[in-house]
Design a protein around this ligand. Structure first.
Ligand SMILES: [Zn+2]
Length: 311
C-alpha cells in the first residue's frame, strides 16, 4: 500500500496536464479570494468559489437523484478522468471542482448507497495510505452531492483550521483515555465535535459505532444519523473528528433577497473553510451569521456531552 501516495502524486500531475477541465479549474483556484474571520479563540476562512455552485446548490432529493446519470459511476465519468485503484473496492480520482490545491474524490467501484456504518474502516485505511491528506465523509443528508453512490473526498493537510486547533488543545477537554486511544470534546467552537485520536483500530471503530448508535437513537427514521467526518493519520495515530448534525441546510440558504446566504455546510466548512459560491455572500457574511448557521446545523456542547456518554 506504500506506493499509493506516490501514485496519487503522479495522478494529480498527469490529470492537471492532460485533462482540460481540471487544469483550468486548478488554475482558477490559485486566484480565488479568501477572507479570514476572527473568533477570539480560533479563526475561520471564507472562500469565494463560484465553481462550487454545483455542489452547494445540488438537488439531492430522491427524484432529482434518480433522474440524473450518476457522475461517480465509471460509465458516466469523463473519458479524460483516470484513477488509482484502492483495495479493489474504491478508486481515487482528481476532483475537477477543487476547494483544496490537491482535492480527490474517492468513490466505490460499485454504485452503492452513501453510508458510513460498514465503511468507517475504509476511511481509516485511506487516511493511513494517504498521510498527506485529510479524508472526509459527508452523509447522504449532510452535503454529499451523490447520496446514492458511496464516496469519500480528500484534501491536502494543513488547509483546514480544525487540524491546528486540535493540536493546540485550548478548546478541548479529554473525556476518555485508554490503550492508545483518546476521546476529546470541544468547547466554545460554535459547532459540536467529538474527536478521537489513537493507534488502536478496534477502539476507534468501537467508539465510532457507539457514537453512531447514540446518534441513531436521537434521530430515528433517517437513512443514517446525520454526520460529517474528517480523518487523517499523523505520528502513527489516526485523528478523527466526528461532527454530528441536526439539519442539512440552514434557514439562510432558503431565505430571499438580502437575507439569503448560499452556504450548504459540510465537512470542509465545519473543518474551518466556508465555501460560498456567490460573491455577495462572500462580501457580506459576518461572524454572527456563521455562529447562527453552525448553531442551526450542528449539536451544541451539552448535546455532544450526552453523546460521548454512549462510548
Ligand atoms: Zn454511481
Amino acid at each position: 500500500m506504500e506506493d499509493i501516495s506516490d501514485r496519487v502524486k503522479e495522478l494529480l500531475d498527469s490529470q492537471l496536464k492532460e485533462w482540460n477541465l481540471a487544469s483550468v479549474n486548478y488554475r482558477l483556484l490559485a486566484n480565488v479570494r479568501t477572507r479570514e474571520i476572527d473568533f477570539n479563540d480560533f479563526r475561520l476562512l471564507v472562500q469565494f468559489n463560484p465553481e462550487r455552485i454545483r455542489s452547494s446548490a445540488a438537488k439531492v432529493d430522491s427524484k432529482s437523484i434518480e433522474e440524473r446519470p450518476c457522475f461517480l459511476c465509471e460509465k458516466n465519468r469523463p473519458p479524460e478522468q483516470t484513477g488509482v485503484d484502492f483495495s479493489d473496492e474504491m478508486v481515487i480520482l482528481v476532483n475537477p471542482f477543487p476547494i483544496f490545491s490537491k482535492h480527490l474524490t474517492i468513490p466505490s467501484e460499485e454504485h452503492i448507497l452513501q453510508r458510513i456504518k460498514n465503511n468507517f474502516g475504509k476511511m481509516l485505511d485511506l487516511a493511513k495510505a494517504l498521510p498527506d491528506f485529510v479524508i472526509f465523509y459527508n452523509g447522504p443528508e449532510c452535503g454529499a452531492s451523490a447520496p446514492d453512490h458511496l464516496h469519500f473526498q480528500a484534501g491536502n493537510r494543513g488547509f483546514l483550521s480544525v487540524e491546528k486547533d486540535f493540536e493546540d488543545k485550548r478548546l478541548l477537554t479529554k473525556v476518555k483515555s485508554a490503550n492508545h486511544f483518546e476521546m476529546w470534546q470541544w468547547k466554545h467552537y460554535l459547532r459540536g465535535i467529538i474527536s478521537l485520536r489513537g493507534s488502536n483500530v478496534e477502539l476507534l471503530m468501537k467508539s465510532f459505532n457507539d457514537i453512531y448508535e447514540g446518534l441513531s437513537e436521537i434521530q430515528q427514521g433517517k437513512p443514517e444519523p446525520m454526520l460529517n467526518i474528517l480523518a487523517y493519520f499523523t505520528d502513527e495515530n489516526w485523528i478523527v473528528h466526528i461532527i454530528p448534525r441536526k439539519l442539512h441546510r440552514p434557514s439562510q440558504y432558503f431565505a430571499e433577497k438580502e437575507k439569503k446566504i448560499l452556504l450548504s455546510p459540510a465537512s470542509v466548512d465545519l473543518g474551518g473553510v466556508l465555501i460560498v459560491p456567490r460573491e455577495e455572500d462572500f462580501e457580506k457574511i459576518t461572524a454572527e451569521d456563521i455562529g447562527d448557521i453552525f448553531g442551526q446545523v450542528c449539536l451544541d456542547d451539552s448535546e455532544i456531552k450526552k453523546l460521548t456518554s454512549y462510548v
